[in-house]
Design a protein around this ligand. Structure first.
Ligand SMILES: Cc1ncc(C[n+]2csc(CCOP(=O)(O)OP(=O)(O)O)c2C)c(N)n1
Length: 335
């Protein structure tokens, strides 16, 4: 008899979730590098880390094709990377450098990478919802088979565009999945303190949009529910997913988040999604050393992106007004 084998979780698709684990780590390490960059005053403007929320980005975007579209929020690094954007190009954007996703003009909150179907992060809470609905309507008018994913936070559901966008998607049967990342807070305020009624999913259901709720820190659960919802949305049945998660760091990289009790944060760290999928992979027979190697590679990749972005030139001054508007140059008195 050979030595006892480690217990295997027979239903875990190890290859798929090893890849997702890697992607979550890449996002985590990108954001840790971005925080270091912000602390070193290399980042222009605020950054909003999504540390702790990576399973939502990866579990949803892992079910998309390159041609599918996503729209994100001020907290958009994870979504953007999960859709396939290059971290060095993104890091250059955060640092305002040449070769950034928007040549350094957008920064963290306005990252966009049309090449991977990422139509934009957005600094205006909920403003991305109607842009996403517009993109979905365009797909429908063109007869395409792409789907749009619109990510937003629980706080966004208290703004008008949430009603407008979901209503329009419902009326026109648009190919869109709304993903509400409910991290319990809108900036420094608990969402429960300013949200009436039964919450975001109930609001979507009232518009006639079918909803699902999921533990957003359970990667496998997010992956499975997203797969089904995306298939339905692609067929012109708008869907809504409420993913409950937790923002482990402050609202911005400089927010110490003193408004949260430390025992609450400690408990949430114990349930954080990367450790959870790592543990599931280990239970399924993956070697510790292999899982460590994936983590180390992700860290090395993002340290290299940080250093390379820092060493990148500033954009040429002559390009300051390129691409930003089409009504002329202010130096010519155009506005
Ligand atoms: C229209 C608008 N109002 C207020 C703000 C300031 N603000 C930035 S992020 C934020 C909280 C958003 O909360 P939520 O939608 O839950 O997203 P989260 O930050 O939790 O990811 C607020 C109020 C803004 N950017 N836009």
């Amino acid at each position: 008899m050979s030595a006892a084998q480690p217990p295997r979780a027979p239903n875990l698709n190890v290859e798929r979730y090893r890849g997702f684990y890697q992607e979550m780590l890449r996002i985590r390490e990108f954001e840790l590098a971005a925080i270091r960059a912000a602390e070193a005053n290399l980042v222009l403007g605020a950054i909003h880390p999504s540390i702790g929320q990576e399973a939502v980005a990866v579990g949803v975007c892992g079910n998309l094709e390159r041609a599918d579209i996503i729209l994100s929020t001020h907290r958009g690094h994870g979504h953007t990377m999960a859709k396939g954007a290059d971290p060095l190009t993104m890091m250059r954007e955060l640092m305002g450098r040449a070769g950034g996703t928007s040549q350094g003009k957008g920064g963290s909150m306005h990252i966009a990478d049309f090449g991977v179907g990422m139509l934009g992060a957005n600094g205006v809470v909920a403003a991305n919802i109607n842009i996403a609905v517009g993109a979905a309507h365009a797909i429908k008018l063109r007869g395409g088979d792409e789907v749009v994913i619109c990510f937003f936070g629980d706080g966004a559901t208290n703004r008008g565009p949430f009603l407008e966008g979901l209503n329009w998607a419902g009326v026109f049967n648009l190919p869109i999945l709304f993903v509400c990342e409910d991290n319990g807070f809108a900036a420094t305020t608990r969402t429960s303190a300013m949200t009436a009624g039964a919450g975001p999913a109930a609001r979507a259901a009232a518009i006639g949009i079918e909803t699902a709720e999921v533990d957003g820190n359970d990667l496998v659960a997010v992956d499975e529910v997203a797969r089904d919802l995306i298939a339905e949305a692609r067929r012109g049945k708008p869907r809504f997913l409420l993913a409950r998660t937790y923002r482990l760091t402050g609202h911005t990289s400089f927010d110490p988040a003193a408004y949260r009790p430390s025992d609450e944060v400690d408990a949430r760290w114990r349930g954080e999604p990367i450790a959870a999928i790592r543990s599931a992979l280990r239970d399924a027979g993956e070697e510790e050393a292999d899982l460590d190697a994936i983590a180390e590679a992700a860290k090395a990749e993002m340290i290299a992106a940080f250093e390379a972005a820092k060493a990148t030139d500033w954009p040429e001054k002559a390009l300051a007004y390129a691409d930003v508007q089409d009504i002329g140059d202010p130096r010519e008195g155009a506005f």
